[in-house]
Structure formats: C-alpha cells, structure tokens
Design a protein around this ligand. Sequence first.
Ligand code: COA
Length: 389
Amino acid sequence: MSLSVGIHDLSFATGEFVLPHTALAEYNGTEIGKYHLGIGQESMSVPAADEDIVTMAAAAAAPIVARHGTDKIRTVVFATESSIDQAKAAGIYVHSLIGLPSATRVVELKQACYGATAALQFAIGLVRRDPAQQVLVIASDVSKYDLDSPGEATQGAAAVAMLVSADPALVRIEDPSGLFTADVMDFWRPNYRDTALVDGHESIGAYLQAVEGSWKDYTEQGGRSLEEFAAFCYHQPFTKMAYKAHRHLLNYCGHDTDQHDIDRAIGHTTAYNRVIGNSYTASVYLGLAALLDRSEDLTGRPVAFLSYGSGSVAEFFAGTVVAGYKDHLRTEANREAIDRRKPVDYAGYRELHEHKLPADGGDHANPEQTTGPFRLAGISGHKRIYTKR
Ligand code: COA
C-alpha cells in the first residue's frame, strides 16, 4: 500500500476588522442584493494598520506548533501573492515569531491564488522522500483592489496554516492531479502597484476554462468519477464563483444542474469565505476548514479540490477524509477568529486601505490597533519590525 500523506492539522487567522457589505453598498449606492446574492458576499476582513501577511500567518501557524511541537518541521513553504519583499521570504519572519529551529528550510511561492496548492503538492513530495519529516504550508494574503472599482467588493484577508505529514489526521491527499496552465491576463499586479489589476468578467471565463481543462486532465490521469465526491472545495474569490464553477463542471460532464444537489456539494464550503471575503491563495483551504467544521460525518469520503490562480494555473485533485478527523478540528477557534473581528465603518476602512508604511528609510511606528498575538510594530531603516505579545 502506498504511503498515506496529507493534511495533519489546519488552522487559520484573519484580520482585526470587518467591513459589512451593507456599509459598502450604502456608500456606493449598490443594491445590497448584488452583494449578498449576486456575488455571495456578506462582509470582508480588513487588516489593522499593524497587521500584514506575516502577522496573520504567524497567528495561523502558532496553534499548530503549540499542538505538535517543532521537532519534525524541517520545511516551511509560504504561499502568497501579496508579498512584502522581492527577495526575503515572508516565512522567515514567521519562522522566527513562532520559534522554529534553525535547521529548517524556508521558501516563498507565488502563482496568484493557486500558490498554496503548489506548496501542498511540493510538501507531499518532501514527506514522501522522508516520512519522518513534516512540512508547514502557509497561505497568507491580503486581497486589495482600487477603491471604487468593481473589485472592491471582493477584497478580504486571511492566512491558513497546514501541517503536512505522513498518516495525516484530517485529509489524505490522493495521487492523480489534473493540471491546466494558460497564459491569460485576467488578473495581475505589477511590482510597482499595491492593488491588483483585474478584468473581472474575463477572469470568470478564464476560471471556468481552467475548471474544464484541469478536470479533463484529472480524468485522463485516472481520477475518480464526479459522482464519487461528497463535496467540492473550489477557490472562492467570491462565493458565487464556486456555484458558477460547479454548475459549469456538471454541464461539461453532461450532468443535471439541480440547485439542491449543487447546494449539497458546495454549500458548507462557502461559510467562512462568505464572511471573510477573498483571501486569494488561502481561500480554497478556508473552504475545506468550513466543510470539515460544518458537515455531517465525512469519514472515508472523497472531497474534490479545484484550485485556480489567475494568469493562469489550475489543479483538480482529491482527498479522502480520515477516520477520527473530528477530534482534530479547530471549530471553536475558527469561529472565534471570525467573531472576534471588530466592525469598521466605511470611512475607517478607507483610511486603512490607504495606509502604507513610509518608504523613506526612517523610523516609523504603526498605530497600535491589532489585538492579535503578533504585530507589525513599524519600520526602521527599510526593515519591518515585528513583535509578539
Ligand atoms: N440582486 C441580485 N443579484 C444581482 C443584483 C441584485 N440587485 N445586481 C446584480 N446582480 C448579480 C448580477 O446578475 C451578476 O450575477 P451573474 O454573475 O450570475 O450574472 C452578479 O450580481 C455580479 O454583477 P456584475 O454586474 O457582473 O458585477 P460587476 O461588474 O461589479 O463584477 C466581479 C463582479 C466579481 C466581476 C467584480 O467584483 C470583480 O472584478 N472582482 C474581482 C475579480 C474576481 O474576483 N474574479 C474571479 C476569478 S479569480
């Protein structure tokens, strides 16, 4: 029998503040149905001025280290598309903040919202090479579009940390993967911009093409048939996208697109993304967290994953939920991460959106806003200063 490798633990963190879509709708005169039903979003996480991808990542990863220790973790793969440095891997700050040993390799990976899936697959390869080792995979992103643009309603922020190991306690990842790459300009962020550029309608079409392409390859690689899956975790830039994608896949495979069946296949996976907003590369794994936390018993059931990153790369793969998984979930902590956020009004959100660390090389302290375990205290001589509570 081949070695069982997959997700042993999963923990997430999000920003300090939350902007309800009602506040955005009131400001820009949008009928709220467009947000609640049309794109399927209720609110979005907004990081405090003293939070970023590192503080969220450390907050997500710290409970994993607290539960499992650091002895077996020899690799950290940090996936992000909202990177803070062109050279240094953000994971090195996290490595220090959560006290990992020096005998660790740390690297950053990027391919839009797909990066965390590449990290997961590379981690599985490393564990296969030496099953005694564990890999800490972190996906952390702040989704930021221009103010007053159509993308503004699909922002958000979160970090997911996953411990990848042999004999995983949550989900065993299966071998066949369906792959798809196409050179499209649906979403991108040149190095000189803080906000992403997007052709929203093009990106929806590109995503659906990638669903078809990766599914086709998955079946050619000997994957499961559609009927075998208990649920489908899709990348969710906004939760309605998961519905569009699943309906598209069912159509492509010649299946009925009964709304009740679609709800049953993906409804639970949208619960966290609906209130957190787009967390880019973390989003598909927030979908998994919500599914495991909310679903009836999934023991032994296959779950499908469709990871899409604009530009574009997609991967369709499967995981089987492991017996006893419920004992290892972090359902209470996940609820707390969402419920602890403080509502921010539209003016406050706009101020945070425009907040930037000065680039003059001087000493600058950030306002003390976050109540989370880690802070971006400021910048000095172009060096970010992080602190731990
Ligand atoms: N009540 C209910 N639904 C409504 C509505 C109302 N009052 N008003 C509009 N809608 C629906 C529309 O019919 C549409 O649904 P459909 O897509 O099923 O046809 C949906 O709300 C969105 O409306 P649309 O006019 O397309 O919105 P938009 O031009 O503002 O663009 C996005 C929406 C998602 C494309 C835009 O927010 C965006 O660019 N986001 C960033 C890119 C992104 O997330 N891409 C995803 C792939 S990675």
